[in-house]
Design a protein around this ligand. Structure first.
Ligand SMILES: CC(C)(COP(=O)(O)OP(=O)(O)OC[C@H]1O[C@@H](n2cnc3c(N)ncnc32)[C@H](O)[C@@H]1OP(=O)(O)O)[C@@H](O)C(=O)NCCC(=O)NCCS
Length: 180
């Protein structure tokens, strides 16, 4: 469990499937993730099993972001480091707040800072990569705010909603991470 001021990151549970089915079938959310197929219960179960296998193998970590509200807390989406490469000490960051009412309130920034800290301090990573669809202004601002550097642009790489979109590539090195 990783605790911040307004969010905590907790391990995945089987019962999270209900939340994932809601989040991963919401067109407003998945437009930013370049997903477009309906997410079935069977496919979602497999995704959760695969995530658990990656944790076992040491190739990925995933947490559920929870917002503390009085005595209870509300799960709002996953945050993850995938493709953990122990030789080169790098990994790829991903986040998706599936509860739209919780967008733009600073929770994504705090969850990102917590998992970057975990990646650099606990997993001993040297570099964390990420990529963002060019129209996802909220995510681009988040990346720059926490210290990611823009490293390139894959032009018209992703087809979404009837047209091709640029994909912005980001990276952050351990030395650049000062708990931004
Ligand atoms: C992208 C996402 C993780 C950002 O988290 P969040 O909690 O909503 O964002 P934050 O409140 O931490 O704000 C991050 C930045 O976006 C800005 N922002 C907020 N709403 C915005 C909007 N509607 N348009 C542009 N920027 C906006 C904030 O002001 C902040 O930047 P600043 O501090 O420099 O001003 C979250 O919105 C999300 O998961 N969205 C859906 C899926 C997705 O896009 N995942 C990421 C794929 S790369």
């Amino acid at each position: 469990m990783l605790r911040g001021d307004t969010v905590l990151l907790r391990p995945l549970k089987r019962s999270d499937i209900t939340n994932f089915l809601k989040w991963n079938n919401d067109p407003e959310v998945i437009q930013y993730l370049a997903m477009y197929l309906p997410m079935t219960e069977m496919a979602q179960e497999k995704l959760i099993e695969d995530a658990a296998s990656r944790i076992q193998a040491g190739t990925g970590v995933i947490f559920i972001i929870e917002v503390t509200e009085g005595n209870s807390s509300k799960p709002i989406g996953p945050v993850a480091l995938n493709g953990i490469n122990p030789r080169d000490h790098n990994a790829t960051f991903g986040i998706s707040i599936g509860e739209k009412d919780y967008w733009g309130k600073g929770y994504g920034t705090e969850a990102t800072r917590l998992i970057l800290d975990y990646g650099f301090q606990q997993l001993n990573l040297h570099r964390i990569s990420s990529s963002v669809l060019a129209f996802n202004e909220r995510s681009i601002r988040l990346h720059k705010k926490v210290g990611f550097k823009e490293e390139g642009l894959q032009r018209e790489a992703i087809f979404q909603n009837g047209r091709f979109h640029d994909h912005v590539m980001f990276g952050i090195l351990r030395d650049e991470w000062k708990g931004h």
